[in-house]
Design a binder for this molecule. Structure first.
Ligand SMILES: Nc1c(NC[C@H](O)[C@H](O)[C@H](O)CO)[nH]c(=O)[nH]c1=O
Ligand SMILES: CC(=O)[C@@H](O)COP(=O)(O)O
Length: 190
């Protein structure tokens, strides 16, 4: 379903886990800040509407969407958060730079989700025009920031439940293999 057939701001609180004890980091790109501020407001309002106290929401700013990768990495390395939302707006210009920024930030955020234990939610608009960005940051198609906040709550809950049901879950190697801690077996009468 394309965004044009979906309101990004709609959510059913009955389907959303209790979020009052979760802590969220939000990393916001300053490029196209009229758009990213609208996305941030959507995310912040959705989190507080779902009972997340404002003091449990940490905001950092970075220069552009490409810096969201490093900002999110340092956020999850240094802050006690249950999920991170990265917010950016990349708009096609005259050159291929759009393609490289979009691909780079997409792959970088994907890598953080694979290599770390904290979910990182991708709230980066990759639009052809400013109007498309306006429409998706509080305009006729709703607010992708709202959508990202709900996704962050749901993923933080999944992480919480996984750690309860599998408290000794082993870290993944970069290859994706499970790291099993080898414990030497002592053979009696050796
Ligand atoms: N053109 C846009 C950019 N470009 C800047 C890059 O994100 C990055 O900050 C720069 O290449 C230095 O590393 N960023 C956006 O977020 N949106 C754009 O439309
Ligand atoms: C995504 C970008 O970096 C782009 O907006 C920059 O514009 P241009 O391709 O005209 O340099």
């Amino acid at each position: 379903m394309a965004t044009e057939n979906k309101n990004l701001s709609e959510y059913d609180k009955n389907t959303i886990p209790n979020a009052k004890d979760f802590r969220f980091g939000i990393v916001v790109s300053e490029w196209n800040d009229t758009i990213t501020e609208g996305l941030y407001n959507g995310a912040f309002e959705a989190l507080t509407d779902c009972e997340v106290p404002a003091q449990q929401i940490i905001r950092w700013n970075v220069p552009g969407s490409f810096e969201l990768i490093y900002g999110a990495k340092k956020m999850l390395q240094t802050q006690n958060v249950d999920a991170v939302i990265v917010i950016g707006c990349v708009i096609q210009g005259e050159t291929k730079h759009f393609d490289f920024v979009c691909e780079g930030v997409t792959q970088g955020i994907k890598d953080l989700n694979v290599q770390t234990d904290i979910p990182v939610i991708f709230c980066v608009l990759t639009d052809n025009t400013m109007q498309q960005s306006i429409d998706r940051s509080g305009g006729i198609h709703g607010n992708k920031g709202t959508e990202a906040a709900i996704a962050a709550i749901k993923m933080a809950y999944i992480r919480q439940q996984a750690s309860i049901s599998h408290p000794f879950n082993q870290p993944l190697l970069s290859s994706g293999a499970i790291q099993i801690e080898e414990t030497p077996i002592k053979i009696e009468n050796e």
